[in-house]
Design a protein around this ligand. Structure first.
Ligand code: SF4
Length: 253
């Protein structure tokens, strides 16, 4: 039995899958990374987008491969109105046919955040019920998912490969090796519309209470959870790590 046949005959093993894809897909072209993931995982492959400052690039690249790839969008209930309008603009201009908006469970909000102010008391708990849980539930239908993380964003992202394993799924990072200049050049070359808040000084855009403008010389993500130890919303950590963080932080609630 070949190595590939052995992988396909066995229960899904994300570590083996990520290693297989890393070995098989040798390219610098994000389209080829997306194409390979779609070929291998079919309708078990999705893309997750925040429709934020740089999201148009990955969405445009994906649309060139297929406009039907499921695109999961987390509407936390705390987003800027501009982000939702930008989502609708990109859906129309790129011809995306399969954008799926995910929302928090009403029962979780009622139990954990009835006043909508959990973000001011417990960031990890708020991200857990508004992002991590809805995405985890949605991803039950998928073996692999792509997002727009880049190495140049630093922190936990500095060593991203094109394919990695996480929570027994393959995480696909088509833009891992692109630079900030690559992103800007692609936006310009394809005349992609900017998120309206970029012109107002926001270079990384998440939820309204947790996103600040960034100044000259600051990292793009410096305005996310400004002044807090938190640098990631948690969707790229394991579900168990997120549950532990949320539980720890919520001990006083
Ligand atoms: S980014 Fe802020 S408002 Fe949004 S889910 Fe996380 S803590 Fe809550």
């Amino acid at each position: 039995m070949t190595a590939l046949a052995a992988i396909e005959a066995a229960p899904f093993d994300a570590d083996a899958e990520a290693a297989y894809m890393a070995d098989k897909v040798k390219t610098e072209d994000p389209r080829e990374v997306i194409r390979a993931a779609l070929a291998r995982y079919g309708d078990r492959f999705a893309l997750v987008s925040s429709f934020g400052a740089e999201s148009a690039v990955l969405l445009h690249l994906a649309a060139e491969v297929s406009k039907d790839i499921p695109i999961l969008f987390l509407d936390t209930g705390k987003l800027f109105g501009e982000t939702k309008r930008y989502r609708d603009t990109l859906i129309a201009s790129l011809g995306l046919t399969n954008v799926i908006t995910l929302t928090p469970e009403a029962s979780d909000l009622a139990e954990r955040d009835p006043k909508g102010i959990l973000w001011s008391q417990n960031l990890n708990g708020c991200c857990f019920i508004r992002k991590v849980v809805p995405l985890e539930k949605a991803l039950e239908g998928y073996d692999a998912w792509a997002s727009g993380r880049k190495r140049f964003q630093g922190g936990l992202r500095a060593a991203l490969p094109h394919f990695e394993a996480g929570d027994n799924r393959v995480k696909v990072n088509p833009l891992a090796y692109w630079t900030k200049d690559d992103i800007a050049a692609y936006m310009k070359a394809h005349d992609l519309p900017e998120h309206p808040l970029v012109a107002e000084g926001f270079r990384s855009i998440g939820c309204m209470p947790c996103t600040d403008r960034v100044g000259e010389g600051e990292e793009d993500r410096a305005g996310r959870w400004r002044g807090q130890a938190k640098t990631e919303c948690g969707i790229h950590l394991s579900f168990q790590e997120n549950a532990a963080l949320a539980s720890y932080d919520s001990s006083g609630l």
